[in-house]
Design a protein. Structure first.
Lengths: 326, 320
């Protein structure tokens, strides 16, 4: 029993999870509408897109890399999915091309970072511009409206399974799959090794370049899928879709305990971070605080989360006080 | 690598000359004094922030919050003025707000010990959030006429906009300090190896704190210039400028890993981007083409040196 508690106390995501519970409780007490089915559905719908990007981002951040280009890719694929019909193509074509765009951008990023050994911050900043430029050249001033969204995509956004939005179920399953892979499969475990100590990973015989490349491709592929979900969620897409969302995804990861310094963190943490950001957004509304405060609160939260993490990790050394009680 | 890097800045300078030549050749409106004035005005804020960002990136840090700082400082000017402060005082408040933002970043990085990338993503949201809190939905548009003429008129009897003055003075200052003083050499030393710099007696933490503070202050100056240029302070100005600044600094030959780069390379890069933007607008290209060009230049600025390095390495290993 004690060992179980001790084990639980060592879970990295615990403090932020407890904080999430606290925020939810306060909001619920202040405004009972928050804990209704509709209130919770709002949170789940609101969190989905940032959550799926945060899951994708976790793959690269644990390797001590970053992918800023997702903001452009998600907008691009949302638009392509929406425009597929008016270009005379099927839903499947749209889905395949969206995934293809995601994979292509991921492969370019991955090639430049893994094989050319270029800094991911610079590479993905450049592809953020490039993809956005190409996307906007194609989209122009066109706006995808509800009547052009394929029915199947619309159905994902509009339907619920026992009260849970389809979109969130998809994102949740994706989280479980990626979470399982990152915990159990060796190739994915290698990502943590690469992020904690690059040269040791190379010496240990990990095919670093291949792993980094594939992780970026996976991030791109998930982002391509996220574009489809973005269209399903908002039922609209235009040249400005997805602008700036990359920073929210990274913020969700960091709040959820995925360390920018690499080597640590899980997709579950990223999900908690995303849910917390969304819950606070809802909480501000529920508590009657003007929406103007939202960004400031998010920023404070992000800084508080990394400060707390720093404080905890500098105290809890590998041979912790908690461990010596056994 | 180091040797090549000198050539990189020459490359940017040549690029600038070619861009100007092409612009003049392709559009009769390009090489006019009006257009030159427009280009300078257009790049002024980016240039001012890029000066400080150059130091920061050379020292191995980064600040993503600069556009939000610019905007908060602009909002502070507007807010103070709206609440009855004389405009001169309001500008001072704006500058101090910028400095405070920078020092907060610096404190979190050097004292609390957090990674600057994560910290400044947080303050990017925080500072813009404060701007929203300060101004709400109401931008301040009624600024004193005798000040806002500085935003759109030229210096009398010249074709240079007033913003040329802060840009030139600050650029000269930044250039001299970076390349001819101890502080400049310390900046490089910290970027090359912070640990070694510390053990050789350089006050690394204090230097970094100061660099963040100066970056905030420069963002504040850019905020004032921005406010005058648009004769308005609003909570949603200058979104995304941080990426433009960083792109210009990197294209100018500063290595993201720190320890490398020159100030005139960065200035040439800022001007190049301004020249290309203006030429493309005159030639009726869309903003999208400009995004593609910016992205491509940024990519080339990292890919090309690395490709040359790889080719050299291969040649070496063949001869051995």
């Amino acid at each position: 029993m004690t060992s179980l508690i001790q084990k639980a106390l060592r879970i990295r995501e615990l403090p932020i999870f407890l904080f999430l519970v606290l925020v939810a409780l306060i909001t619920g007490v202040a405004n009972p509408a928050f804990f209704t089915v509709a209130g919770l559905q709002d949170v789940l719908l609101g969190v989905s897109i940032v959550a799926v990007l945060a899951i994708a981002q976790t793959l690269v951040i644990v390797m001590k890399h970053i992918d800023l280009s997702v903001g452009s890719t998600i907008g691009f694929t949302a638009y392509v999915m929406g425009a597929a019909g008016s270009w005379g193509h099927s839903v499947w074509w749209g889905l395949a091309v969206s995934l293809g765009i995601g994979i292509a951008v991921g492969a370019i990023n991955g090639f430049l970072v893994a094989y050319m050994k270029l800094p991911s911050l610079v590479v993905t900043l450049a592809t953020l511009y490039l993809v956005k430029g190409i996307f906007n050249e194609i989209a122009g001033g066109d706006t995808i409206t509800g009547d052009r969204v394929p029915e199947a995509v619309n159905a994902i956004g509009a339907n619920y399974f026992f009260g849970v939005p389809y979109i969130y179920i998809i994102v949740f399953v994706l989280m479980l799959v990626v979470g399982f892979i990152m915990k159990r499969m060796r190739a994915a475990r290698d990502l943590y090794a690469i992020g904690s100590n690059l040269s040791a990973s190379e010496l240990a015989g990990i095919p670093v370049a291949r792993r980094v490349f594939l992780a970026f491709v996976a991030t791109g592929a998930i982002t391509g899928l996220a574009g489809v979900l973005l269209l399903a969620r908002y039922n609209t897409a235009d040249a400005n879709s997805g602008v700036g969302i990359e920073l929210y995804a990274i913020a969700a990861c960091v709040i959820g305990g995925v360390a920018i310094a690499g080597g640590i963190g899980t997709v579950y943490g990223a999900m908690i971070g995303a849910v917390l950001l969304q819950t606070i957004t809802s909480a501000l509304g529920a508590l009657g605080i003007p929406q103007f405060w939202q960004l400031a609160v998010n920023g404070t939260l992000l800084i508080a989360a990394i400060s707390l993490d720093r404080y905890l990790s500098s105290r809890v050394k590998p041979t912790s006080i908690m461990g010596s009680h056994e | 690598m180091r040797k090549f890097n000198f050539a990189w800045e020459h490359g940017v300078a040549v690029f600038l000359v070619v861009a100007i030549a092409l612009g003049s050749g392709l559009s009769e409106f390009f090489a006019t004094t009006d257009n030159l004035s427009f280009i300078i005005q257009d790049v002024a804020e980016i240039a001012i922030i890029a000066l400080a960002m150059t130091y920061l990136i050379i020292a191995g840090e980064i600040d993503l919050s600069v556009a939000s700082t610019l905007n908060l400082s602009s909002a502070a000017v507007g807010f103070s003025f709206r609440n009855g402060m004389p405009f001169e005082m309001a500008i001072l408040v704006g500058l101090l707000v910028g400095l405070a933002c920078g020092l907060l970043n610096g404190y979190l990085v050097t004292v609390v010990g957090l990674p600057s990338l994560a910290v400044t993503i947080g303050t990017l949201a925080l500072f813009r959030g404060f701007a929203w809190v300060l101004l709400g939905n109401e931008p301040v548009n009624e600024l004193p006429e005798n000040w806002i003429v500085l935003g759109y008129e030229n210096i009398p009897n010249t074709f240079l906009p007033w913003s040329t003055i802060p840009v030139v003075i600050l650029a000269l200052l930044a250039w001299v300090i970076l390349h001819y003083t101890r502080i400049g050499r310390w900046t490089y030393a910290i970027g090359i190896n912070a640990e070694a710099a510390k053990f050789s007696g350089i006050p690394v933490a204090r230097m970094k704190l100061a660099l963040f503070g100066v970056t905030g202050l420069m963002s504040g100056v850019a905020g004032v210039v921005y406010t005058l240029r648009f004769a308005s302070a609003s909570p949603d100005g200058a979104v995304g400028y941080e990426l433009d600044v960083i792109a210009a600094v990197l294209f100018g030959g500063v290595a993201i890993a720190g320890g490398l780069g020159t100030l005139w390379g960065v200035l040439a890069a800022v001007l190049s981007l301004g020249v290309i933007r203006s030429a493309m607008q005159l030639l009726d290209f869309t903003g999208n083409a400009l995004l593609i060009v910016s992205g491509a230049l940024l990519l080339i600025s990292v890919v090309l040196p690395r490709a040359i390095e790889l080719v050299k390495d291969r040649r070496k290993s063949v001869t051995v």
